[in-house]
Structure formats: C-alpha cells, structure tokens
Design a binder for this molecule. Sequence first.
Ligand SMILES: [Zn+2]
Length: 107
Amino acid sequence: MNLTCDTVMDLFPLYYDGLASQSSREAIRRHLRTCPSCREFVHRYRETASHPAPCGSESLPDFDQGYRNLADRLKRRHIIKTSAFSFVLAVCLATLAASFFLKRNGR
Ligand SMILES: [Zn+2]
C-alpha cells in the first residue's frame, strides 16, 4: 500500500497513539523512509505532542481583550456622534434665538 503525504498526516495521530492497524503502520514506516517532508512533519508532531500547550495559554485568542477594544471603539464613536449632534443643536438654537431677538427688536 503506497500512501500519499496527506494520508500519512491523517493517519499519523493513530500511528502515534498505537491505534493504527499493522498494515497502516508498515505503510507509514515505508513512506517515512522515502519522504523527508513527512519525516519533518513527524518530528514536529512528536515535539508538539510531548509538550502540549497548557490550557489558557497564549495560543488561545484573547476574546476579553477583543471585546474591550470593540467596546472602547463603540464608546468613542458614540461620544463623537453625541458631541456633534449637541453642537449642531446648539448652533440651531442660537440661530433661532438670535432671529427671534432681532425680529422682536424690529431689526
Ligand atoms: Zn510524505
């Protein structure tokens, strides 16, 4: 049985855990003798499997930090919109008051 590199990578976890069949183990060993890239894969797999990352390590995305960044951006955007609306409203009220005042004084 000749295996492709993809098949070796798919089967290697079973091989590593001793769950692959005898014929699969022999086919994987035969492939590894002739394929340097799969030997490199096996080397990296063994390194990773023997030193797994601890739970909560930096390999997991920091959702809390992402949420805080998003909340800060939304808060800043809300402040800018509210400030702009307040400024436009103040200008409109000042113009209205000035026109009312000028009309009342007959100018
Ligand atoms: Zn290969």
